[in-house]
Write a protein of this length. Structure first.
Length: 268
């Protein structure tokens, strides 16, 4: 539970329905400041929908999402954006911006109504975020000319430029090649350990979730199957019925990590 007075994002009895079809919930969730929560589950489990509810991009059909004990829907958009940054999984390709302009757009929560242009501090935040993610060379290039992996890295950098303490990332390593995937994973590990950020990360990469996350929430059909430490969730007994596929544990040094058993059979 979050201590009184501490910043925290929480969901109480949250549901989201579309045309009477239940997509998420009812679901309860509370994030500890500074923790990393992983969200895993099969396609269609409701992972993206849950993340959009936690960022305020969707309003729940029932229940409530709160930030610091205040309904998220009651936060002004700029104030909410200063607290919560979001990296979506799916983004339009034909965005008429350069990578640098996209990063600079992440600074809009800090612009006052009287400002005619971004301040020096905004450009400094953009430059620092670009360096951390390794996309400085991409800043002058139009987004439409970037590869899927390059665009993904730029969107991660834009979230960092936004300087929000809570970062919600939907499949942040999707479309990345091995080198960029490793760099983004290393960046998120650094943010978890030293950056003072609270992270919510949906992912299909179970080994990545095991190394990064303090807790893992397993979703199926919009419902929480289990939420707990990776050592309790990322095990064959939980993953096999979750994904309807056989898993085994693979030893990597001192760690036991789950991998899909391509030659095995469930229950074998």
């Amino acid at each position: 539970m979050t201590a009184a007075g501490a910043s925290g994002l929480a969901a109480r009895g949250v549901e989201w329905r579309v045309a009477e079809r239940s997509i998420v919930g009812p679901l309860d969730l509370e994030l500890e400041p500074g923790e990393c929560l992983g969200v895993v589950g099969p396609n269609g489990a409701g992972k993206t929908s849950l993340l959009r509810l936690l960022t305020g991009l969707e309003r729940p059909s029932g229940g409530v999402v709160t930030l610091d004990g205040r309904r998220l829907a009651d936060w002004p958009a700029k104030a909410r954006a200063r607290r919560i940054g979001y990296v979506p999984q799916l983004r339009p390709v034909d965005v008429p911006l350069t990578a640098g302009e996209l990063l600079l757009s992440g600074r809009y929560p800090y612009l006052s109504a009287s400002q005619l242009a971004p301040a020096a501090s905004d450009f400094a935040a953009v430059a620092a975020a670009a360096r951390r993610v390794g996309v400085t060379a991409l800043l002058p290039r139009p987004l439409r000319e970037l590869s899927g992996g390059e665009r993904q890295s730029v969107y991660v950098a834009a979230a960092l430029a936004q300087a929000s303490e809570i970062l919600v990332l939907d499949e942040p390593t999707t479309h990345l090649d091995a080198g960029n995937r490793r760099r983004v994973a290393a960046l998120l590990l650094e943010l978890r350990r030293h950056g003072g950020h609270t992270l919510v990360v949906s992912t299909h990469d179970l080994r990545f979730a095991g190394r990064l996350c303090d807790r893992v929430l397993a979703l199926k059909d919009g419902h929480a199957v289990v939420c707990g430490p990776p050592s309790e969730v990322l095990v064959p007994g939980v993953l096999e019925p979750l994904f309807d596929a056989p898993f085994r544990l693979w030893r990597d040094g001192d760690e036991l990590l789950p991998v899909l058993d391509l030659e095995g059979e469930r229950g074998a």
